[in-house]
Design a protein around this ligand. Sequence first.
Ligand code: MSP
Length: 509
Amino acid sequence: MNITITTPLYYVNDKPHLGSTYTTIACDAYSRFQRLQGNTVEFVTGVDEHGQKIQRTAQSHQITPQVHCDKISLNYKELWKKWDITYTSFIRTTSPSHQELVNQFFDKVVKSGDILLGNQQGWYCVGCEEYKDDPPDSKSPCCPIHLKPLEWRDEENLFFALSKYQSKIESLVAQPSFIQPLSRRNEILNFVSKGLRDFSISRKNVEWGIPVPGYKGHTFYVWFDALLGYLSSLLPMQNKINLADLSHYGWPASVHVIGKDILRFHAIYWPAMLMSAGLELPKKVFGHGFLTREGQKMGKSLGNILDPELLLEQYGKDPIRWYLLSDIRFGQDGDFQQKRFQDLVNNDLANTIGNLLNRTSTMSRKWFDNGTPDFDINLEDSNLKLLAQESITSSLLAYEEFDFKTVCETVIKLATESNVYLNNTQPWTLIKEPSNKELVGYYLYNVLESCRIIGLLLLPIIPDTGSSILNQLGYTEQIDNWSDHIKWGVLSKGSILPKPTPISKKIEE
Ligand code: MSP
C-alpha cells in the first residue's frame, strides 16, 4: 500500500521551534510505523516562503526575502537531519517548479469559472496571514493567537467561488473519517453550516509572492500558493509539470497532519480548490493541539519558544520524542514542563524498561552461557505471552489512529507486568536448585521475549532506543519490515546476548 503523509509547510519567518518539531516528529513516527508495516511512504514536509509576514521579516533584517528564505529553509533541513526525520520530499514554495504548478492550477480553476474580481474589506492578521471573521468589538482588535494588533484592509482581490461548493463541502466534512480527531470536526461543521463565503486568493500590496497571470499587480495569497505545495512536492522536479500525473506520485494524500489553527484551510478551502481543478481530495486531515509552555501557545511571535536544537544537544532525540508522544494525547493541547519531562524519561525509559532489560539479560547471561536460555519444557501459555499479544494488537490499532500515547502506555504496561512476572517467579531463588534450570530458562525467555516486543513497538516512537533494546537481544540487522518479527516466540533459544548497557541516560535535576 502507498501512504502519503504531509506536515504543514512551515513559515520561514523564523527558525523552527518545538511546535513545528512536534508535528514533524509525530509524522515521522507515523511514517516509520507504516514502513514497518510494509507500506511505501511518501513523507512530505517543507516550507512556506511567500507572503507579507516573510516580506516584513526580511525587511526588518535588511536582507532580501530570497536570502532570508534560503537561510531559514536551510535551518529547517539541517534540523530535520539532526532529528533524523525520515521525510522523502522537502518542498520550498519559492522553487520554479512550484510556481509553474500554481499557474497551471490557477488556469484550471479559472476555466471552471471559479475566479471573480472583487473588493475585500476586513481585519487582517499578518501573523496568521488571514482575515479574521469576528474580531472583538473594539477600535483596535488584536489577534488572539499572536496577541498583535489586526490591520484594517480594503483592497481589490481575486476571489475563489467557495460558496459554489457549499453542499459538496458539507457532505465531505460530514464523513466521520475526513476530519480527525472527531472533536475537531464540530468546529468545522459549525463553520460550514453558517454558509461558506468566497475567499480572496490574491493580494495587491504584497510583492513577495507568485504573480497572478493576467492580473497585473496581484500576487497569489500565500495560502492559495502554499496548499499547492503539497502537490508540487510530489511531482518530480526535472520533468515538465503535469497535474494529470499526480496519481502516479502519491496523490491523493492519505493524511495532512496540521495544527488546529489551520484546520479550516485544510478541511474547507483546500478540498474546494481541488474540486474546482478536478483533482482528487486528501483522505484525511488530522488536526493536533498546541504545545504550550506555562499554559501559553508556543510561538515565534510570542517569544516563548523552546529551541529544538538546544533540547536535542542537551537531552538527545529519544527523550524528547518520548515525552512529546507519550505524555500528550495527539490531537489535544499539551504543556511542556521540565520536571514532568525528567520524571517520565527517568521512570519509563531508564527505570521501567531499562532495568527490566538489564536485569533479565544479566541473569540469562549468567546462567545460560552468555546467551538466551535454551530449555525444553512446554508449559501453558504464560499470561505474559497473552499480554504481549494483546499489546501488539492494540498498539498497531493505536498507531493507525495516531494515538501514540496509547502505544506508549501499552508498552509501559507490558514492561511493568514483565517486572511483576520476574518478581513473582523469582528466578534468582529458583536457580539455587539445579533441577529448576529449565523452568528458570522458560521464565527468563518469556521476559526477554516481552522485551523484544517492547523494543519493536518502540521503533517508530523512539527509534534509537527501540534499536538499542533489539541489539541487546542479539538482533543486529536493521528491521525494515516487522511482519516476521512482531509476534511471540521469535527470539532464538541459546543465542548470544551482548553485555547489557543502559538504554536511556537518567536526566539529572
Ligand atoms: N505556513 C502555514 C502552513 C501552510 S500548510 C500548506 C503555517 N505555518 S506555521 O509555521 O505558522 O505553522 C505551521 C504549523 O505549526 C501549524 O500546523 C501550527 O498549528 C503549528 N504550530 C505552531 N505553533 C505550535 C505550537 N505551539 N504547538 C503545536 N503546533 C504549533 O501555518
